[in-house]
Design a protein around this ligand. Structure first.
Ligand SMILES: NC(=O)c1ccc[n+]([C@@H]2O[C@H](COP(=O)([O-])OP(=O)(O)OC[C@H]3O[C@@H](n4cnc5c(N)ncnc54)[C@H](OP(=O)(O)O)[C@@H]3O)[C@@H](O)[C@H]2O)c1
Length: 322
């Protein structure tokens, strides 16, 4: 079958280990099943993998891709939950210390077929297209958990999203605006800030800008480049929810500000199967849909990776399969 794989890892030249070609078909073990992938979406995770973050050479070659929507062995339209918990784990999959995401230990979704545990499939609502559904399991699920589970802020509150055009950032803007939050955004270009406003942001600022007032929560995926601004932007008792550190992971801690203003720092990883079901239902009943930057055939996936590495995306890059 055709698949996009990582064949080698390079921190500075991630595309050097990227490969498109024939790959063995999956043989699902007991309790697993095979999904015919109809659409998959790119995440920064796929770039991290090629850079050697969270994986070592011993796992290679491995099929890239965390997200997929497709058809299961019984002909049902399904969405794949990417968090693979260990055998016998009960409860929130993200809290299993032995959990992995597809493409970390097991082959991922950028292929004609992907093998997953049966419990990792959820029904795809018919109103949501395969392309839209393929955006939900990582970026959108992460945004859902950050905003609704981990920020502690209710509709009516003000949240700051660091970064405008990324998969997680656009999900946060759309979900927040659709559910009654006042969403402020920072974006690196005038064009991205304008597009964030079109998505429903209440205001958009240059990175590091002084805000008109402090916010209830900051939703972080950028890391070192924005962390200090995130802490400075919070009200006393406010919360920064962080799911990633695209620009680097070792920012100054600002410990004095953190204790003096009683700030909360909350890490956020993906979301549970139940949260993915709730997110799919939210999209179904509200009409909210993921923003898709471009849809590419699997054979042209390289273009999507290169755009993401350049930071030249606004929304999700989706790969489609016949
Ligand atoms: N913990 C989890 O479960 C989880 C889940 C999903 C993602 N993540 C992490 O979250 C991060 C974002 O993921 P994604 O898939 O949304 O990535 P993406 O689509 O590539 O988006 C990158 C985002 O970073 C922003 N950014 C701002 N300043 C930046 C800088 N100096 N350097 C690089 N980027 C900068 C961009 O903002 P502009 O629009 O202004 O350019 C954009 O919003 C990644 O690090 C990813 O690994 C974690």
């Amino acid at each position: 079958m055709l698949a996009v794989t990582a064949k080698s890892l390079s921190r500075d030249d991630p595309m050097s280990g990227w490969s498109l070609g024939e790959y063995r078909e999956p043989k699902p073990p007991e309790g697993w099943t095979t999904v015919k992938v109809r659409a998959a979406s790119l995440n920064h995770h796929d770039v991290w993998t090629l850079r050697g973050v969270g994986i070592d050479e011993g796992r290679l070659p491995i099929v890239l891709g965390c997200d997929a929507a497709g058809i299961d062995e019984d002909g049902n339209e399904v969405i794949v939950h990417s968090v693979i918990s260990s055998e016998g784990w009960v409860g929130d999959d993200t809290l299993d210390p032995r959990r992995s995401l597809l493409s970390e230990v097991y082959d991922g979704t950028f292929a004609e077929l992907v093998a997953v545990p049966r419990r990792n499939l959820i029904p795809k609502p018919p109103a949501i297209s395969f392309e839209e559904a393929a955006c939900l399991p990582t970026a959108w699920l992460t945004a859902y958990r950050m905003l609704f589970t981990n920020s502690g802020v209710k509709p009516g509150g003000t949240v700051l999203v660091q970064g405008a055009g990324g998969g997680v950032a656009t999900a946060l803007i759309i979900l927040g605006a659709a559910t009654g939050y006042r969403v402020w955004v920072t974006g690196r270009t005038e064009e991205k800030r304008a597009r964030a406003m079109e998505l429903g942001a209440d205001n958009a600022f240059e990175p590091g800008a002084r805000l008109p007032e402090r916010v209830d929560a900051v939703l972080e995926s950028v890391g070192a480049a924005t962390w200090s601004h995130s802490l400075k932007s919070l009200k006393p008792g406010g919360t920064v929810v962080i799911c990633g550190a695209t620009s680097g992971g070792d920012p100054p801690a600002d410990l004095t500000r953190t204790f003096f203003l009683q700030l909360h720092i909350v890490g956020s990883m993906m979301g549970s199967r139940d949260e993915l079901v709730a997110l799919a239902r939210l999209c179904e009943v509200s009409g909210v849909r993921p923003l898709i930057d471009r849809v590419l055939p699997l054979a042209e996936a390289r273009e999507g990776f290169e755009a993401m590495i350049r930071g030249d995306v606004f929304g999700k890059v989706v790969l489609e399969l016949p």
